[in-house]
Design a protein around this ligand. Structure first.
Ligand code: LLP
Length: 437
């Protein structure tokens, strides 16, 4: 399913989400507009928490905040009982501003700066996921005088390849992330951590990639990190209290994409984790998964207004909309494929093959390479589903674009949760250097 669970079309083919007319939202807040359906976010949170609770006796579901963060979203995530993974001081700041419980925050990243680590320690977050030796050096120094050792997980690189875009592979040996099991780095890191008085090694983490549809890489990851934990138990007596095979569960972007059987994935990895714990002779540690995309991806839709059309006879028809790569870089960066529908459908009209182009000064700024829609004219509203994850999170001000407004809809109610940027926002950070005068 590519639309939010509350998406509906009325008798006149008009689209509504969360009981609210999309056309009305567009006229009230302007376009491009990002609309999130609260019911879809909550139902995804519950799908993961309930599936993991059935699959493992010590479940923990962590939302990977990089997929998209805002104060309003964090309230829902906290409310649904999920934990949070942040990857920068900026994400940590937003989480703390939202009042997200610090003890439920984990800090990831392959190059955390000393200042970021200090902020994490000072905020008493739940744990830091250590990625490299430099970070161990920094943490040793920063925690030298602690009375209570600070909890850390170790991010392992298990050397596992997955079927996804190269940019989204993170568990292969040639990756900037994590300490290699094969290379011996991971074992050296454990030795360092068990000898660091200010730190306590709670367990192991790995994340092998994103937008993954097979279950095997997750199961292989579970086995790899538990086997490593078994070796470290023999060598250093470390009994892990938390293990995590990360996130990366795939979602459908087009109706023709395979549907990811979340319950099956979770069942399989939960069972693998329990078997692995028996195999290496430890009690079940906390078992943590970190979905990002699959929590918010399908909940979000983007609404654009059609402007110029360019027909190149025998070649293609470009229909340009008022957004594009500044609010959604994914087609340009990964060749991501999206679909589009008219906000108010015209079911009986003939369709034509068109390219939906963005408005930014780059030929690669094409949102949808090929789609069939009724003939579009300026002013038509087009909705693009599955933009809830890694679109706004990766948005930019390219061409001085104003980042879009975001609304949440739920049971017929609308909340503006992020206002559209203004022209003033564009010069806010400039230290004034007016011409003339
Ligand atoms: N945990 C860790 C350590 C991660 O690095 C990531 C994603 C996740 C969890 C969540 O993965 P998810 O469930 O969202 O797939 N910008 C790319 C995706 C980058 C993913 C980065 N790490 C895209 O738009 O496809």
């Amino acid at each position: 399913m590519v639309w939010p669970i509350t998406a509906q079309r009325d008798a006149r083919e008009a689209l509504s989400i969360g009981g609210v007319s999309v056309a009305e939202l567009a006229s009230r807040y302007g376009t491009p507009l990002y609309i999130y359906d609260e019911a879809t976010i909550r139902s995804q949170c519950r799908l993961y928490t309930q599936s993991l609770t059935q699959a493992h006796p010590r479940p923990r579901v962590v939302y990977a905040g990089k997929a998209w963060l805002s104060l309003a979203l964090l309230k829902i995530i906290a409310d649904e009982g999920l934990s949070l993974d942040v990857v920068s001081a900026g994400e940590l700041y937003v989480a703390l501003e939202a009042g997200f419980p610090a003890e439920r925050i984990s800090f990831h990243g392959n190059n955390k700066a000393p200042d970021e680590l200090k902020m994490a320690l000072d905020s008493n977050i739940g744990q830091i996921v250590v990625d490299n030796f430099y970070e161990i050096d920094c943490l040793e120094e920063l925690t030298a005088n602690r009375t209570e050792p600070f909890p850390v997980l170790l991010r392992l690189n298990p050397g596992i390849d997955v079927h996804t875009h190269d940019y989204r592979k993170t568990g292969i040996v040639d990756s900037k992330f994590g300490l290699g099991i094969q290379t011996g780095d991971a074992a050296c890191a454990v030795e360092r951590l068990v000898n660091a008085p200010g730190l306590v090694l709670r367990g192991y983490h790995a994340h092998v990639g994103s937008q993954i549809f097979e279950v095997e890489p997750f199961v292989d990851t579970v086995n790899a990190i538990f086997d490593f934990a078994g070796e470290m138990k023999e060598r250093h007596g470390v009994i892990p209290d938390e293990m995590s095979p990360g996130g990366g569960f795939g979602i459908q972007y087009e109706e023709s994409d395979p549907a990811a059987p979340v319950e099956e994935y979770i069942q399989a990895i939960g069972a693998a984790a329990q078997m692995a714990a028996r195999r290496i002779g430890i009690p079940d540690p906390e078992f943590t998964i970190e979905p990002g995309r699959s929590i918010v991806g399908t909940a979000g839709i983007a609404v654009y207004t059609v402007g110029a059309t360019k027909v190149i006879p025998g070649v293609r028809t470009y229909v340009s909309v008022d957004g594009g790569m500044a609010d959604n870089i994914r087609p340009a960066l990964y060749g991501a494929v999206y679909s589009a529908e008219l906000v108010t459908g015209r079911k009986d009209e003939p369709v034509e093959l068109v390219t939906i182009a963005g408005k930014f000064c780059e030929s690669g700024d094409v949102l949808i390479d090929k789609t069939t829609l009724p003939q579009l004219t300026a002013g038509d509203l087009v909705a693009v589903p599955v933009v809830g994850a890694y679109s706004l999170a990766m948005a930019s001000n390219y061409n001085m674009a104003l980042r879009p407004a975001v609304v949440f809809v739920s049971e017929g109610e609308t909340r503006l949760v992020q206002r559209r940027e203004t022209f003033q926002d564009l010069v806010q950070r400039d230290v004034a250097q007016m011409t003339g005068g």
